[in-house]
Design a protein. Structure first.
Length: 167
């Protein structure tokens, strides 16, 4: 089991759009295993994107609502409804803010062999799929906030949060 350290806000890899996966080889399979191990390494994790472990590729793992898996080269193809609840991020430890997300989403991507995969989820799983897809675009959840929640989040980040790396 390989649990990789999580990159923290300020690391450029978190703000850089990830590259599409083009090689479906042993290195990719090892990355997928590391993402799944890192996901299960600490209770409460709903997803881990490759940039969060320092790899600039479009891959993430997810685990919510008793559903666990990964997507390579994912894209959200359908959204419906609205949920609002606190959202946090392993890369911005100790902070959580009300973050509107779609209540149900469908994401499409491929598996480690390049075969098509479709995942539909609601609630926490939908939130995780959206959050991790954003990571692959160099977007953090605090970037999606509006109004008072955004002001509070930016104030908290400027004031300094606990940037100690978490594995």
């Amino acid at each position: 089991m390989t649990i990789r350290p999580i990159r923290i806000l300020g690391d450029p890899v978190l703000r850089t759009p990830a590259d599409p996966v083009t090689s479906f080889d042993a290195e990719l399979r090892a990355l997928v295993r590391d993402l799944l191990d890192t996901l299960t390494g600490e209770p409460g994790r709903a997803g881990v994107a490759a940039p969060q472990i320092g790899v600039g590729l479009r891959v993430f793992s997810y685990g919510a609502n008793n559903v666990r898996g990964y997507l390579i080269n994912p894209r959200i193809v359908a959204r419906s409804g609205l949920q609002d609840g606190d959202e946090g991020c392993l890369s911005i430890p100790g902070l959580a803010f009300p973050t509107p997300r779609a209540m149900q989403v469908t994401a499409e991507g491929v598996d480690e062999h390049g075969e098509p995969v479709t995942v539909t989820g609601s609630g926490l799983l939908a939130r995780a799929l959206q959050h991790e897809t954003d990571h692959l675009d160099g977007v953090l959840y605090i970037d999606t906030l509006k109004g008072d929640a955004r002001r509070q989040a930016l104030r908290a980040v400027r004031a300094g949060f606990n940037p100690s790396p978490r594995s």
